[in-house]
Design a protein around this ligand. Structure first.
Ligand SMILES: *[C@@H]1O[C@H](CO)[C@@H](O)[C@H](O)[C@H]1NC(C)=O
Length: 261
């Protein structure tokens, strides 16, 4: 009996509950849709405001394509750009100050920059440096800066700082001051120069010196572009610069090579 009575009640209630659930469900869906719409609009606004930072004004590529374009651009091959120096050489100072650094500020993203050193490898696995053992030490400190901080903006700035006061290389005070100025950890630099009783630094210097010898470079400072001598600074003067020593001409040459690569 009870079952008989309760059945119609259940039957009456069921559709009610269902309608109720449907209403709740549709309200929930509406809210969810609204939330998603708001989120998407918000998200797209953020994407488009970021995209402005990367895309030239004329471009109206969707953001998905921008992401694809970036690696393609950076995969373009970089132009080899190299300066061969000795750390205690006034020509290296002039060359870095007047040509290499100002050029690098404008084309650092188009070149593969290498700083190499000039010296003579010795029989006993050492290196002779023109301005004495202090210069070899200076070269090693600069190579260590490169080893620890591969970004040319850091190690080249540091090298420029030392070379401005090249007579004091490798005095600790100068190295500390320049390290501080370029956010280089002096202790790390010192550890690098002293690693394996100095053998690590000497091996880097021998490798660098061999690179200069193989390129036929003997004078500090020699600037090479695309593996060819571009300009030489020697005895306070520019020589062997068929395109002239101006930074602008060097930049034009880099951009031309970069575009044709
Ligand atoms: C940059 O040049 C060095 C020395 O020639 C080479 O070992 C390195 O692979 C080059 N890197 C790029 C990214 O071209």
């Amino acid at each position: 009996m009870a079952a008989k009575i309760s059945l119609p009640i259940m039957d009456e209630k069921r559709p009610k509950r269902c309608r109720c659930r449907r209403r709740v469900l549709s309200r929930f869906l509406t809210l969810a849709l609204l939330a998603i719409t708001i989120y998407v609009m918000y998200y797209m606004r953020i994407v488009s405001s970021y995209a402005v930072l990367f895309v030239p004004e004329t471009s109206d590529l969707p953001s998905s394509q921008i992401a694809l374009d970036k690696p393609v651009t950076s995969a373009q091959s970089l132009v080899p750009f190299e300066a061969h120096i000795m750390s205690k050489c006034p020509d290296a100072r002039d060359c870095l100050k007047d040509m290499v650094l100002p050029a690098m500020m404008r084309v650092y993203d188009k070149v593969n920059f290498t700083l190499s050193f000039i010296g003579t490898p010795t029989e006993n696995d050492g290196v002779d440096c023109k301005h004495g053992p202090g210069e070899c030490m200076g070269n090693i400190i600069e190579l260590c800066a490169h080893h620890l901080y591969p970004d040319p903006k850091i190690y080249l700035g540091f090298t420029m700082c030392l070379t401005k006061d090249y007579k004091s290389i490798p005095q600790r005070e100068l190295v500390e001051d320049c390290a501080l100025e370029h956010a280089i950890d002096f202790e790390k630099l010192n550890d690098c120069a002293a690693q394996d009783d100095g053998a690590f630094g000497i091996a880097m210097l021998r490798e660098s010196v061999r690179r200069s010898t193989n390129a036929g470079v003997t004078k500090s400072c020699t600037v090479r572009l695309n593996d060819e001598i571009y300009c030489i600074r020697d005895d306070g003067e520019w020589s062997a610069c068929p395109s002239g020593p101006s930074v602008n001409d060097l930049i034009i040459a880099v951009e031309k090579l970069y575009r044709s690569s």
